[in-house]
Design a protein around this ligand. Sequence first.
Ligand code: FCB
Length: 506
Amino acid sequence: MIELRLTRRKFVQSILGAGAAAGLPAVFSGCSGSSKASTAARAGAAPQFGASSEAAFPKGFFWGTATAAYQIEGAWNEDGKGESIWDRFAHTPSKIKNGDTGDVACDSYHRWREDIALMRAMNLNGYRFSLAWPRIQPAGSGAANAKGVDYYSRLVDALLEARIRPLVTLYHWDLPQALEDAGGWPNRDTAARFADYVQLAAQALGDRVSDWMIFNEPDAFVDLGHLEGTHAPGRKSLLDFLRATHVVNLAQGAGFRALKAARPRSRVGTAFSMSPCEPASDSEDDKLAAERAHAITNTWFLEPALRGRYPDALAFLPETAMRIESGDMEKTRAPLDFIGINLYYRTIASATGTMERFSHAQEWLFPVKMDGGQQGPKTDFGWEVWPKALYDMVMRITRDYNRPVIEITESGCSYNDGPDASGVIRDSRRIAYHREYLSALSRSIADGADVRGYHAWSLLDNFEWAEGFSQRFGLTYVDFKTRQRILKDSGRWYGKVAAENRVRPA
Ligand code: FCB
C-alpha cells in the first residue's frame, strides 16, 4: 500500500494556500448540501429504476428506521446528563435556523414507549438509534452515569420485547462539551477517551445489544464542525479539520478494538455518508476529478479502517499537519463486520481551474469541485431525488471491497407536508422516494450485493441540525408544540412493505 508522502516544500505551499483562502468554500459538503449546487448536471442522464415491478427482499431483511440522540431525545440537562457540543452550539445565538434547539426536540427521553408503539405499528424489526455520550459519561471521562445508562437499558429491553433489533450508534455528533474544552477531536487524547466510553457502553448494554456502529458520518462532523463551522463545535480551521480527521480515524480503530475486547461476538460497523460521484463531462480531467471526489466523499474514513491507509485523494498527504505519527496507520485499522451506508443523492464532480485552486485552500489540497445533480426532482431541502445513486454506490462498494456485508443505515427525504383538515398526512412524494430507492436497492441485491437492511431516515420529524425544525424527514409527523405523533401515509406504506418483505409497484 502506498502512503502518500508529504514533502516539506509541498507542506509549506499548502499552508500558503490556506492563508490565501478568503472564504471557505463547501468542498466537502458539495456532497451534503445541494443548496450549494450550481453546475448543471451532465448531459445524457443515466436511466433511472422505474419501480414498475415487484421487488422482494431476502429473508430476515432488517426493516428499520434511524434516529439520533440529539435530534429526538430532548431532556438536555436531565438525570445528570452533561452538556454536549450541540447543546452549547444550539444555545449560541444565530447558529440554528429560527433559534431552534434540541432542548426538548421530540421528547423521546420521556416518550420512547410511544416511539416503540409506532415501530410496532409499522411492523419494523430494526431500530437504529444513538447513545448520547454525555448522558453516559457527563464530562467525557470517568464512571458511568447510572440514570443515563438506565434510560438506554430500558429502551433496549423494550425493543427486544417488541422483537426489534437494536442497532446502536455510539457517536452521532454530540461530544461532551468538557472534551471540546480540552481540545476536542483535533486533540489526540480524545481517541483514548472515546475508547473508554465505548468500553463502558459495551459493558452496560452489550449483553443485549449485538450490533453496533462506531460513528455516524465521520466526514460530516469533521468537515462541517471543524472546517465550515456550520455544525458544532463551529470551528473554521483547515488545520483543525486535518487533525480531527486523523484523530477520528484513530478513534475508529480504538473504538473497534475496545468493543471487540469487551464483547468479542458483537458485530461492528460505521455509518458512512456516501454519494456516487459522476464526472460532469467525459473529459479526462473531470473523470480524474470524479475519482478524487469518490475518495474524499466515500472512502476518507473507510480506507484507514479497512486498509490502514488514506486514499490517494489529496494532491499530497499533509502528514505533519495531520499529526500522523509512525505506526498510526496500523492503529486506524478496524476490520468492520459491515459497512453502513447513509445515502441521499449523487454528486457531480468537475475539475477545478487554476484560479479556483489558488483562491481556495481545500481545492488546492483536494482539486475537485462537487455539486448536486440537477435532473431529478428536488426535495424540500433541495436535494435531488436520484434512486440510481443508491444502486451505483452499493455496487461500487461491493466491487471495491470484495462484497462486504452492507446495511443502508439512512436514506430519506425532507417534505414538509402536514396534516390536512381530517388530520391525515398525505406525503405521497415520500412514498415515491422510498419505493424508488428500495427498487434500486433490490436491483443491487439481484446483481450480487450483500445488503442486510434498510433504515429509513427517520422514524420521526426531528431537529435537523443547523436547519432546526424546518425540515421534516419523518415517517411520523411530530407537532413540535404538543409533541404529539401522527403516522404519515408513508409510515403506513412502509409498514406494509416491512410486513410483506417486498415493495409493490405504485
Ligand atoms: C444525515 C445525518 C442525520 C440526518 C440526515 C438528514 O447526514 O446523519 O442525522 O440529519 O442527514
